[in-house]
Ligand binder design. Structure first.
Ligand code: IVH
Length: 710
């Protein structure tokens, strides 16, 4: 989009700010998207914007790799499972797909794979291409040919047990013959257009809520606690992948899909084998042409490496396979009136302008809010002063173009000046916080204006508290965003530690809580119990819950794994107070923790007011050490390994990924700490240094046989 503040124009600090904003937006959208509940306002969350924001995030990360946040949206699959269904731990994680948005992304995908595998650009390499179904994924477990369990993806590791509901879907066989003893079939549950329209008509007739789109209808239908409701909803299922298997299905993706079809599963008839990117792009066009007449929603085309042995070698990044990619269709646009601009204050004090729109349907979803990014964006230029939208500013009253390309907040892409009302005035971005009247300032290089009020700003304090009780954090049942707002407004809870003294302070007057609107005997007792249950908290969750800027869920996990226990973390960040010295070096060298994140973490722990608040909280808790992943069976667990010279059986990237999976740390240079040097032909100074230091040296075969049992 011409109106986007280009990634190229961002300074490093702007990029960091933007990545933080994107992590927040995409994280929130992800959570609400995957809840799949009909009661969730689906209209706010739409496909195109999500993709576009995610792509922007990836582009910024590509330009500034060291700014990649540990809670980067690129690493996030879905959301935590909801209450109500029992949980299912997936035997094989259910992953997401990375996205391609244009032809170049697709050729790069092919080039990346070739590079990883060490294949020349003209070596044959086939892919399957198939529609990306816009539904929700489901994993079906068959044991001895009998369907024993069906689970949603959830957060990728743990999903919901929806077996009873899945059994009501006609496309899903209860019994299959000729299958491996253990077979997990994965695919997409979706609702066809005609069935969706009929369902909404019925809902309307019954005075019930209508569904925003077929995907929401499918998700809401599958996640009904009463399976007779699911049965009344015409859901369908396409199989396109698998999880745990007692024996391989085939040698290629295409044959495996054919095998699933022969076992009785419905597979997508547009699945085609392509000899490389050119053919993939032709098939993409072909599928896009048919999109409108397919009778069900698709939002792109998925390409997968056909050879399963190569898929195995390529493996996975944290949440996406290297061997597949989703090539998304372009976003949707619509025009409407901008009726207002509101300023929202976030957890980190950022003032975000939000466009209020006359509701408009964009690609089947009603949109009434959109992001306006920041004050420069509204004025019509990027943060470096370069024009966007040919310099047109955005005013309340304007006729604006809404761009929807994802599941988060849509954005305003353009303005039609010919329709601008005569009395429209330029928007004045506030220089004081609308919530606490503190000064709102822009640091040099920061695109965002921030409230300086800290926790005296009610908006920041409340947002921090909401984050504290949210799902990935303390996740206290009965204490959600609404209740936090209520307690904050009444002065009962001003900071996190207050949650844990709530009963002591008000409980004996439990009556006081019970007397409040929305609370009864049972809910009050339940709340206090839920709070008690969370007094024991794993340290990574506690760290994430603090809502420190740049310190997201994955970062918290990495930091917790590194330090092992809370005291060690506190000691280290205190020692690193001046952002230098060995504790600081140690922190910034944690894989996935850059200096931006480390700086934010250290600053938070060394700011008097914030530290005192953390200390008050920790005094109320029992902080649990983190459990490190079990790589105890691995002969290289905890070992520091260095690769040098030419590897012949795999590329360096592949070797590194595999070693890390087995618990080894891969270093770039040899030192006295190195445990193993793997030296291929052409090894030079590193091999010599290893010999001098007496470091164990293996050739590639020696290394492979060492790790072969694992
Ligand atoms: S393959 C390991 N194929 O898209 C990769 N996914 O954005 C497994 N999806 O979670 C996924 N159509 O819910 C695959 N033909 C297709 C798909 C497809 C839709 C969904 C699926 C996945 C999501 C990723």
């Amino acid at each position: 989009m011409t109106s986007e503040i280009t990634v190229d124009a961002l300074t490093k600090s702007e990029a960091a700010v933007e990545l933080a904003r994107l992590a927040e937006l995409l994280g929130a959208a992800n959570r609400s998207y995957y809840s799949g509940l009909e009661t969730d306002a689906a209209s706010k969350l739409d496909d195109g914007t999500f993709d576009s924001l995610k792509r922007r995030n990836t582009e910024i990360e590509k330009r500034f790799p060291d700014l990649k946040r540990p809670d980067s949206p690129s690493d996030q699959v879905g959301a935590v499972p909801s209450e109500g269904f029992s949980k299912v731990e997936h035997a094989v994680a259910m992953l997401s797909l990375s996205n391609a948005f244009d032809n170049e992304d697709v050729t790069e995908f092919d080039a990346r794979i070739r590079k990883y595998l060490g294949l020349s650009s003209d070596a044959p390499l086939a892919y399957t291409a198939e529609p990306k179904i816009d539904g929700l994924s489901l994993s079906l477990r068959y044991e001895q040919g009998r369907l024993v369990q069906a689970a949603t993806r959830g957060d990728g590791a743990v999903g919901e047990n929806v077996t009873a509901n899945a059994r009501t879907i006609e496309d899903i066989p209860h019994q299959i013959a000729g299958a491996p003893d253990i077979l997990e079939v994965r695919g997409e549950v979706y609702m066809g257009h005609a069935d969706f329209a009929a369902l909404n008509e019925r809902q309307n007739d019954n005075g019930a809520k209508t569904l925003a789109n077929p995907r929401n209808a499918a998700a809401g239908s599958l996640r009904q606690l009463d399976s007779t409701i699911t049965k009344s909803r015409p859901l369908k299922f396409f199989a396109y992948a698998w999880g745990a298997l007692s024996e391989p299905l085939a040698h290629t993706q295409m044959d495996a899909i054919n095998k699933l079809q022969s076992l009785g599963f419905s597979t997508n008839p547009l699945t085609t084998l392509c000899e490389g990117p050119q053919e993939m792009l032709v098939h993409y066009q072909n599928i896009e042409t048919q999109r409108a007449t397919l009778g069900y929603d698709i939002d792109g085309v998925v390409y997968k490496v056909n050879d399963l042995a190569l898929q195995e070698r390529l493996g996975f990044r944290s949440t996406t396979p290297r061997w597949a990619i989703a090539h998304k269709f372009a976003a949707e646009l619509a025009w409407t009136w901008l009726t207002g601009i509101d300023i929202q204050v976030g957890r980190t004090g950022a003032l975000s302008p939000v466009a209020r729109l006359q509701p408009v349907t964009v690609g089947g979803v009603v949109v009434s809010n959109a992001t306006l990014h920041n004050e420069d964006y509204i004025k019509g230029f990027d943060s470096k002063g370069a024009k966007i939208r040919e310099g047109k500013d955005i005013r309340v009253g304007d006729w604006v173009q809404v761009y929807r390309a994802g599941d988060v907040i849509p954005k305003i892409a353009d303005v039609d000046l010919s329709k601008r009302p005569d009395d429209a005035v330029p928007f004045e971005f506030p220089h004081i916080c609308p919530e606490c009247q503190s000064a709102a300032v822009r640091e040099p290089g920061d695109a965002v204006r921030r409230c300086t009020g800290g926790i005296i700003c009610p908006a920041q304090a409340v947002e921090k508290l909401k984050h504290f009780v949210s799902r990935g954090a303390f996740d206290i049942e009965g204490l959600g965003a609404k209740q936090v707002e209520q307690f904050y407004a009444d002065g009962w809870i001003k900071e996190p530690s207050d949650i844990f003294t709530l009963k002591e302070r008000y409980g004996n007057g439990l009556q006081q809580l019970k007397n409040r609107e929305g609370w009864g005997d049972k809910s009050a007792d339940k709340l206090f119990q839920a709070i008690e249950d969370k007094r024991k908290i794993p340290m990574d969750r506690l760290l994430f819950a603090l809502g420190i800027r740049h310190v997201g869920e994955a970062a918290s996990n990495l930091v917790a794994l590194h330090y092992g226990n809370w005291d060690a973390l506190e000691a280290a960040v205190s020692e690193a107070a001046n952002l230098e010295g060995s504790a600081w070096d140690d922190l910034i060298n944690v894989d996935g923790v850059g200096s931006v994140m480390a700086g934010s973490l250290v600053t938070a722990f060394n700011q008097e007011r914030e530290r005192a608040s953390i200390d008050r909280l920790v005094a109320q808790l029992e902080v649990l050490d983190v459990a490190r992943p079990d790589t105890s069976g691995s002969p290289v667990s905890g070992k520091i390994v260095v690769f040098t010279g030419t590897l012949e059986k795999m590329t360096r990237a592949e070797a590194k990924a595999r070693a890390e999976r087995l618990g080894a740390k891969v270093a770039g240079s040899v030192s006295a700490k190195t445990d193993i040097l793997v030296a291929g032909p052409g090894a030079g100074s590193k091999a010599k240094k290893a010999a001098d230091l007496g470091v164990k040296t293996l050739d590639e075969d020696g290394w492979l046989s060492l790790i072969s049992d694992t």
